[in-house]
Design a protein. Structure first.
Length: 268
């Protein structure tokens, strides 16, 4: 079983968790940090080489969680143009295309291998989607997408993999292709999520920023940080809240606290 609550208060740590996090102050060396930044694409490519399309489950929850996909239509059968920024192997893209026949999707990813997996998927059709390789921090989206042409951008578990100093570049890039009055739908890891508490000592890159054993990195967002990030690039905040879930594994009697940040940010 699981329960879920949404709100603006961050998760409260147990005394043991707080003590463990307070002790973990040793940062990865500058040399290793630079190496990880330089090899970020290679590490994600290797991740997809190892896991192919099997790691993430298809995200059939997207339309349920993001009613905005329906709400942003002015009439029922309106054709929507969406951009999935950081599409991985299509776990979010293909369920969406199946569920909603009036969508044309642009999709891009940092990993060339992930893009190839998307193109090999039986559901891939150039009439309904255009998939391309892109480093959102430096490759101009306007090379593949017309300015002010996208109704909805999904940014789902993507920004956390990018260095916090470069996150604003992604939002600036997306801003150019989004139609005025339209939104970015955001979901990513929140502060004190179970994944953050599981990092071993020696994995810390900076405040709320960690490296996994495979070299991929993960940032854990606070509501305040996310709000400032979007507002600094000219977006208006519509929704920005923590989603706290407790997943219960009855067999092993484990309670796992999951924390995500979910938001909706509009281009004026």
């Amino acid at each position: 079983g699981a329960f879920q609550k949404k709100g603006h208060s961050a998760r409260i740590l147990s005394p043991e968790e707080a003590e463990r996090l307070a002790k973990d102050q040793v940062l990865v060396s500058e040399f290793k940090k630079l190496k990880l930044e330089k090899e970020a694409q290679k590490n994600w490519d290797l991740f997809y080489k190892r896991n192919s399309t099997n790691f993430f489950k298809d995200r059939h929850w997207t339309t349920r969680e993001f009613q905005e996909l329906k709400a942003c239509r002015e009439f029922a059968d309106q054709k929507l143009t969406i951009l999935e920024a950081g599409c991985g192997v299509g776990n979010c893209l293909f369920p969406l295309l199946e569920e909603d026949l009036n969508i044309f999707a642009y999709a891009c990813d940092f990993s060339p291998r992930a893009v190839e997996y998307v193109k090999k998927n039986a559901l891939y059709s150039t009439e309904r989607c255009k998939v391309f390789h892109c480093d959102l921090t430096k490759d101009d989206l306007l090379d593949n997408i017309p300015a002010d042409s996208v109704d909805v951008v999904t940014l789902i578990f993507v920004l956390s993999a990018i260095h916090p100093d470069k996150m604003h570049l992604v939002l600036k890039n997306i801003y150019k292709v989004l139609k005025p009055g339209k939104c970015v739908l955001f979901r990513d890891y929140g502060l004190y999520d179970h994944a953050m508490l599981r990092f071993k000592s020696g994995s810390k890159l900076g405040e709320n920023f960690y490296v996994r054993q495979d070299g991929t990195r993960s940032y854990f967002f606070t509501e305040e940080f996310l709000s400032q990030l979007f507002k600094a690039e000219g977006y208006e905040q519509v929704v920005n809240e923590y989603v706290q879930r407790e997943t219960v594994n009855r067999k092993e009697d484990l309670r796992v606290p999951r924390v995500f940040l979910q938001g909706k940010f509009q281009k004026p």
